[in-house]
Write a protein that binds this ligand. Structure first.
Ligand code: NAX
Length: 328
């Protein structure tokens, strides 16, 4: 029998955690034949709630679930971790300045990056979900000097999936006909969902839809502001869809993108497409066996260039702020 993969989930007692853990344990993270052992990291006051979730996980008798450990200790949580999903973060509260938000999250992601550096397995792969996801990933990566920076990624797959769904709806086709979509930049309202390189049934999506007014006035803002629309409708932020996207992100990372297609991941830039090296920005990537490569040579028209530059400028200013705060 295969050795279980150690999967660490932070913020395990939260909303996303509650949607995520049951699907990890039933094989949706790594595949239907990969046993997993879960490490749940929570802050001390939330340990009891995490224990309740663990009781329910036991009660599902999932064949792939080989163990659950619940802890508020970083070393225990990341010891031997092969995959880490960093979900727990400090949300923005009313009246909070961006510096306050980044500083509060630095207090979480700096020590977590350090603990991953010191205790995780050599093959560790990290997905940051907690917001501001790109900059939290930047902080964690820069505090783990012995881990290759390529192992730290931020989630833009939810934005990607939202964009796929909107394009499919507009074109009146199933989501399976949409491919080659890209989210560029930050997981924030400045993100740029790129329809010019996307395809519907193999044909240029922008040409098939051919409606710049819809693209600018409807599609981009709907995707970029979807999180706020969910809060408005549900009274709570996206949880099941965020968990589903996190599973997609890791599953695609290990099991590969389809031939000819790609996905969107927030990754440490190597300077491609004019995104300054070192920033954690979303790119089109192909994946295979836990590695990824940025898709090169895509056409970036003037409209796309302006949008990408604006989102990247926001990332650069977040980075400048965390440098100023001494977090990286
Ligand atoms: P919840 O507030 O329901 O849960 C967060 C959990 O994290 C809580 O149980 C809290 O105790 C725990 N936590 C806080 N600090 C911690 C620490 N230092 N170590 C371990 N656990 C800690 O939030 P939820 O709705 O689950 O969302 C989690 C994060 O995902 C938020 O930051 C949210 O903004 C972010 N999101 C990111 C998305 C993305 O696409 N990248 C989309 C969905 C979501 O909004």
């Amino acid at each position: 029998t295969r050795t279980p993969v150690n999967v660490t989930v932070t913020g395990a007692a939260g909303q996303i955690g509650y949607s995520l853990l049951f699907r990890i344990a039933s094989g949706h993270l790594l595949g239907p034949d990969v046993p997993v052992s879960l490490r749940l990291l929570e802050i001390t006051p939330a340990l009891k709630a995490a224990e309740g979730t663990a009781m329910e996980l036991d009660d599902c008798a999932f064949p792939l679930l080989r163990g659950i450990e619940i802890t508020d200790d970083l070393k225990t949580a990341f010891d031997g971790a092969n995959v880490a999903l960093l979900v727990g973060a400090m949300p923005r509260k009313a009246g909070m300045e961006r510096g306050d938000l980044l500083s509060a999250n630095g207090g979480i992601f700096k020590p977590q990056g350090r603990a991953i550096n010191d205790h995780a397995a050599d093959d560790i792969r990290v997905l940051v979900v907690g917001n501001p996801a790109n900059t939290n990933a930047l902080i964690a990566a820069n505090n783990a000097p012995d881990v290759p920076k390529t192992r730290f990624t931020a989630m833009t797959r939810l934005d990607h999936n939202r964009a796929v769904a909107q394009v499919a709806k507009k074109a009146g086709v199933p989501v399976t006909e949409i491919s080659n979509l890209t989210i560029w930049g930050n997981h924030s309202a400045t993100q740029y969902p790129d329809l010019f390189n996307a395809r519907i049934n193999g044909k240029s999506a922008a040409a098939v839809i051919d409606d710049q007014a819809w693209l600018e006035g409807d599609f981009i803002p709907t995707v970029a502001k979807r999180g706020a629309a969910i809060i408005e409708a549900r009274g709570l932020s996206s949880a099941a869809s965020a968990a589903s996207a996190a599973l997609n992100h890791v599953n695609t990372w290990f099991n590969g993108t389809a031939p000819g297609d790609w996905t969107s991941m927030g990754i440490v830039s190597d300077g491609s497409y004019g995104v300054p090296e070192g920033l954690v920005s979303s790119f089109p990537v192909t994946t295979k066996d836990g590695d990824y490569e940025i898709v090169q040579g895509l056409d970036v028209n003037e409209f796309s260039r302006g949008r990408i530059d604006a989102s990247v400028a926001e990332l650069a200013s977040e980075r400048d702020e965390v440098v100023k705060l001494g977090l990286i």
